[in-house]
Design a protein around this ligand. Sequence first.
Ligand code: FES
Length: 201
Amino acid sequence: MSNEESKRPAPPATPVTPKPAAARPPASAASKEVPRRSFLSWMTLAWTAFAASMLAAGTATARFMFPNVLFEPPTTFKAGFPNEIQVDQVDERFKSRGVWLVKTGFDQWGNSSGIFALSTVCTHLGCTPNWLEAEQKFKCPCHGSGYYKNGVNFEGPTPRPLERFAISLADDGQILVDKSKKFQQEKGEWTNPSAFLKLTV
Ligand code: FES
């Protein structure tokens, strides 16, 4: 730096203008804001509670109008006409309803043919056996119980035959199966007239 430069007076410092303080709302406005906010929150809460109570009331009314009822299929149903089943046939059309229809022919003593309705529930532990046409038997897939076509057990752990349901002819000539009435062979119930539908032709 030269001597002349060092003798020059220093430029005056730029004056710093102080920033005005942020405007604050007057004390009376701030004090009004707080209650307004709390009023709005209170209203929101109230409306939420009201809506929730209305929803609960609506649900209760709907439950009252439409109660939880378990609709089970009727225990009695029509199962077609007798001539739709062949002699010695196991009719599986109604297996999904828990029934096999079996038609017997005239026996050697001339006893009438007829139809009986076998339950599809294994008498061991309740599984559903399968009809094996080639082997002419019902076989349970769970533990291997086997039943003849007439429902009598002959192999596996099951202690007794399949059960039969009540069977009759409806007014229109169709087979009528009533699952509410069961017949057990070991109790001598298969001879009950309702356990066997006699056919005259
Ligand atoms: S449930 Fe059928 S053999 Fe056990």
